[in-house]
Design a protein around this ligand. Structure first.
Ligand code: SAH
Length: 206
C-alpha cells in the first residue's frame, strides 16, 4: 500500500470506496511543474491563481462524510484542479462543479476527459448562486471557506441532503462542517479544524 493511502487511513479515512478511488487516481496529473513529483505528500499544493489542490486526507474525509451513493446528484463549488471532483465522480450519479477561474476550469475539463470521467458537468461561474436549473442536489460540497453556510446552497440541498462546507474566514480558525437538512430543521456537525482558501462571494474572476 502506498504512503499516501497509509496517511489517509491514519487521518481517519476508512471508507474503502473512497480509499479505492484515491489509490487509483494519479494525483500528479493535477499538479504542475516542480509540484508533480510531490503527488504522494499529504499536503495542499499550489495550482496557480493563489489557489491550492486540497490535502488528500481532507479530500478523503470530505468525500467520506458526504456518504455518497451512485444515486446521488452532487454539486461541488470550487473545482480548482479538478482533483476532488475526480474523487467524487466515480462515487455518484452525476457531479456538477462550478469554478470562478476560467483557466483553472479549462485545465480541469481536459483532465476529466483524459481520465474518461463522463459524468461531470462543469461551468465557470459564481458558486454562491449555486446551480438553480439542476437543483435540488442530494449532496453539496464547498471547497472554499465561507463565513457561514451559504443560504442559496442550503435552499438547493434536497430534503435529507448533506452539505460539507469549511466555515470561518480566519485561516487559523476554520471548522469543517457537516450540514444535514432534516425535515424539522438543519442539523450541524463539527468535523474538526481545517484550512481552505476563501470562498469568494458574488464575483467571477476576470
Ligand atoms: N477542490 C479543489 C481545490 C479547490 S481550491 C481541488 O481539488 O483542486 C478552492 C477553489 O474554489 C479555487 O479554485 C477558487 O477559485 C474556487 N472558488 C472560490 N470561491 C468560489 C465561488 N464563489 N465560486 C466558484 N468557485 C470559487
Amino acid at each position: 500500500m502506498g504512503r499516501l493511502i497509509l496517511e489517509l487511513r491514519q487521518g481517519g479515512v476508512t471508507d474503502s470506496r473512497v480509499l479505492g478511488v484515491i489509490e487509483n487516481l494519479p494525483r500528479s496529473l493535477f499538479l504542475a511543474g516542480p509540484f508533480k513529483d510531490r503527488w504522494d505528500e499529504n499536503v495542499a499544493l499550489p495550482i496557480g491563481y493563489q489557489q491550492t489542490v486540497s490535502q488528500p486526507s481532507i479530500v478523503g474525509l470530505m468525500a467520506q462524510a458526504l456518504e455518497i451513493t451512485d444515486r446521488h446528484k452532487v454539486l461541488e463549488i470550487g473545482t480548482g484542479s479538478g482533483y476532488q471532483a475526480a474523487v467524487l465522480a466515480p462515487l455518484c450519479r452525476r457531479l456538477y462543479t462550478i469554478e470562478r477561474h476560467a483557466p483553472l476550469l479549462k485545465e480541469s475539463e481536459l483532465r476529466f476527459q483524459e481520465l474518461g470521467l463522463t459524468n461531470i458537468t462543469s461551468i465557470c461561474g459564481d458558486g454562491a448562486a449555486g446551480w438553480p436549473s439542476q437543483a435540488p442536489f442530494e449532496r453539496i460540497i464547498v471547497a472554499a471557506a465561507a463565513p457561514d453556510v451559504p443560504p442559496v446552497l442550503l435552499d438547493q440541498l434536497s430534503s435529507g441532503g448533506v452539505m460539507i462546507v469549511p466555515i470561518g474566514l480566519d485561516k487559523d480558525d476554520q471548522r469543517l462542517t457537516k450540514i444535514i437538512k432534516a425535515q424539522n430543521g438543519v442539523e450541524t456537525q463539527d468535523l474538526g479544524p481545517t484550512r481552505f482558501v476563501p470562498f469568494i462571494d458574488g464575483r467571477v474572476a476576470k
